[in-house]
Design a protein around this ligand. Structure first.
Ligand SMILES: [Zn+2]
Length: 283
């Protein structure tokens, strides 16, 4: 009988120990899961709960600059709020995804509203000016932009792999769009195509004297640098536009920015001109 009771006690003790161990294990697992979830949620909610986004609120409470009970209602604008910081961050991520997949864009096109477009002037009431009708301006711009994008994607250019655009109202002015385009592999832009459309060289004076005068009067940077330290482009003793730029024998597409246009020196067949600065001639 005594042996039977002893055996029963041992069984009860073992069961209790097992139950305690199981409970402890379950509690530990739950705590670990909760901690992991909290860390992941905090990481995914960019900005939420971080010091940087609520620095002013934190200052109010910590520095006791005012009554903490009267700091207003905290509002976090979601990414679906157009123009908000989270919305802009998502848009940025989309753009960078394009760059990661397709590389740098091949073209950058701007479309700007012209307030004298016929579609706008035809619909102004008597005495109205285009700037009186922002509703009309944005609608016409939107339609023109849609048509432009349709043309770019369907035949105007050879083959477009990807595109996107961003509409801005700079200084509350007329809307305009920035459109980066990624061409397909067979339609990439070659230096000869750039040379056919763009020239960064001083042309032969005898070939077209009028154009030569226009280019040398309006399209030549400087003089700046040591020759003219007071030029408006000078910052910290250097030209902020990186002039003078090195001569380039052949147009180079570059790797991460604008192409380097052909601009030969005189020995390689290029032309030159003379700029005048307070009475002195600078070649
Ligand atoms: Zn300069």
């Amino acid at each position: 009988m005594k042996r039977c009771l002893l055996g029963l006690r041992v069984v009860v003790v073992v069961v209790v120990v097992v139950v305690v161990v199981v409970v402890v294990v379950v509690v530990v697992v739950v705590v670990v899961v909760v901690v992991v979830v909290v860390v992941v949620v905090q990481k995914n909610h960019t900005g939420v709960g971080t010091d940087n986004n609520y620095q002013n609120l934190k200052d109010t409470v910590v520095v006791r600059d005012g009554d903490p009970t009267n700091v207003g209602q905290q509002v976090i604008l979601p990414a679906t709020y157009c123009g908000g910081p989270r919305y802009m961050f998502e848009e940025l991520q989309d753009v960078m995804a394009h760059v990661r997949k397709y590389g740098c864009p091949d073209m950058f096109i701007k479309v700007t509203t012209n307030p004298n477009w016929k579609e706008i002037t035809d619909h102004l009431l008597k005495g109205q000016h285009p700037h009186d009708r922002p509703d009309l301006l944005v609608r016409v711009f939107r339609l023109k932009l849609k048509q432009t994008m349709h043309a770019l994607k369907n035949g105007c250019l050879d083959s477009v792999d990807a595109w996107l655009y961003n509409i801005e109202f700079q200084k509350r002015g007329l809307p305009h769009a920035h459109i980066p385009l990624w061409m397909s592999r067979d339609s990439k832009i070659h230096p000869c195509m750039i040379d056919a459309a763009v020239s960064a060289e001083i042309l032969d004076k005898n070939q077209d004297p009028e154009l030569f005068t226009i280019v040398t009067s309006h399209m030549v940077h400087g003089p700046c640098g040591a020759l003219n330290p007071n030029a408006p482009c000078m910052k910290d003793g250097k030209c902020s536009k990186q002039f003078p730029k090195p001569f380039v024998k052949d147009t180079d597409m570059g790797t991460d920015s604008y192409p380097k246009y052909q601009c030969k020196d005189v020995q390689s067949g290029g032309n030159c001109t003379v700029k005048k600065l307070v009475g002195q001639n600078i070649p």
